[in-house]
Design a protein around this ligand. Structure first.
Ligand code: ZN
Length: 206
């Protein structure tokens, strides 16, 4: 097996593949933001593919003549592009709404006007306190990854989670991310509830 030329020891790793993908690439909206985001390598790599529209969604498969229809696995009614799955889909917007509502930041929820992950993400992070931006970035990757896995579970295993089950699932995943030192917006609220003297919610839009 040929040695991987992107790591010192010649071994393949998700991180090395991720870095390799960045070489020679023009910066696109959201890429700089993603490069600084703290998240597990496989999730960041997925987000990189999403920003570059390289995920094998139903719309992409249809474009490549691999299937006849391109209905979204989550809502069943619109074309399943990656931007639709991650921000445009009514299912995804409900999940984000429920999550952000808990953080008193429901106004950051993607709206019907938000059609692209990069545009919504980069705009949204400017609307919150600077200290909350990195946790917000990690949360965008966490939620996007969870949505993608849900899409795959529906597409390949016929397993469905409801909006409430997705919210529950993501909130259960978040502590593992924090444990791995990937702070999410949910850890901010956990810290605040543990320290009631800490007035003011960091995620409240500016
Ligand atoms: Zn949809």
């Amino acid at each position: 097996m040929p040695k991987c030329k992107w790591t010192v020891d010649g071994q393949f790793s998700t991180a090395s593949a991720y870095r390799a993908y960045f070489l020679g690439q023009e910066a696109i909206l959201g890429a700089k933001c993603l490069s600084k985001t703290r998240a597990p390598g496989k999730c960041k790599f997925f987000a990189w593919l999403a920003l570059h529209d390289k995920c094998w969604t139903a719309a992409r498969r249809k474009r490549h003549h691999l299937q006849d229809d391109d209905f979204c696995a989550l809502c069943g009614s619109e074309s399943e592009s990656i931007d639709h799955l991650l921000v445009g889909c009514s299912f995804t917007r409900q999940v984000w709404h429920q999550l952000l509502l808990r953080e008193n930041a429901a106004s950051l929820t993607p709206t019907t006007q938000d059609l692209a992950l990069a545009a919504w993400w980069t705009r949204g992070r400017k609307l919150i306190h600077k200290k909350s931006r990195k946790p917000f970035d990690s949360t965008v990757v966490l939620v996007s990854w969870a949505i993608w896995l849900e899409r795959n579970a529906r597409t390949f295993n016929r397993q469905h989670r409801t909006v409430a089950q997705m919210v529950d699932h993501i909130l259960k995943e978040a502590p593992a991310w924090v444990h791995a030192r990937y702070k999410t917006i949910f850890s901010i609220s956990q810290q605040q509830s543990a320290a009631p003297s800490n007035v003011g919610h960091e995620l409240v839009p500016l």
